[in-house]
Ligand binder design. Structure first.
Ligand SMILES: Nc1ccn([C@H]2C[C@H](O)[C@@H](COP(=O)(O)OP(=O)(O)OP(=O)(O)O)O2)c(=O)n1
Length: 168
């Protein structure tokens, strides 16, 4: 994947590279690109498919590995202590809150928001998630496992309503 990406001069930001890319599919796509005059259409389709694959298949473990590599190659592991990561995450929660600050109540789906504001929101949500994953890793906590267990615990603490009346 990287060679294909580099060949076309794509500038891939650190967190958008995901390992879930089928070599078979990428070969098929590469052949499509070279075999056709309409290479820009194939390239656009390839980019779109890659976006879909990214959002569908990514797991906490994928993200955790990418974050580990990101810190390792920059020699940032020494800074990624539990306390520093917690503070960084809280800072990002502050940046996330600023997006909602002074807007009043916001409808679900954010129907009246500019696309650029939604993109910004996605970035700040990601920063919080990424630091959270890194924090959990730095504490030796398997976040996926812990979250699944917590959902189970919540369901025992707050059982499903048995009657419609209880549902309210
Ligand atoms: N020591 C660091 C610094 C950054 N990051 C990563 C995790 C976050 O996803 C993102 C945070 O980067 P910035 O501190 O530049 O924060 P923002 O992206 O929010 O930029 P800004 O505060 O300028 O809006 O980069 C990291 O892992 N470790």
């Amino acid at each position: 994947m990287l060679s294909l990406v580099h060949f076309y001069g794509y500038n891939i930001p650190p967190f958008s590279h995901v390992n879930k890319f089928s070599p078979l599919k990428s070969k098929t796509r590469a052949f499509g690109i070279f075999a056709s005059n309409k290479s820009h259409i194939y390239l656009a389709n390839m980019e779109q498919e890659r976006d879909q694959e990214r959002s569908m298949d990514i797991s906490l473990k994928d993200l955790s590995k990418q974050l580990e590599d990101f810190a390792k190659v920059r020699n940032w592991e020494k800074y990624h202590s539990p306390r520093n990561l917690l503070l960084a995450m809280v800072g990002e929660v502050g940046e996330l809150s600023e997006i909602f600050q002074w807007r009043g109540e916001v409808d679900k789906g954010l129907p009246n928001w500019e696309e650029s504001d939604k993109e910004h929101l996605g970035e700040e949500l990601s920063d919080v998630l990424l630091y959270l994953i890194r924090l959990a890793d730095s504490c030796g906590i398997d976040l996926g496992d812990a979250a699944a267990k917590k959902i189970l615990k919540n369901s025992i603490k707050y059982p499903e309503p048995k009657t419609k009346r209880e549902f309210i």
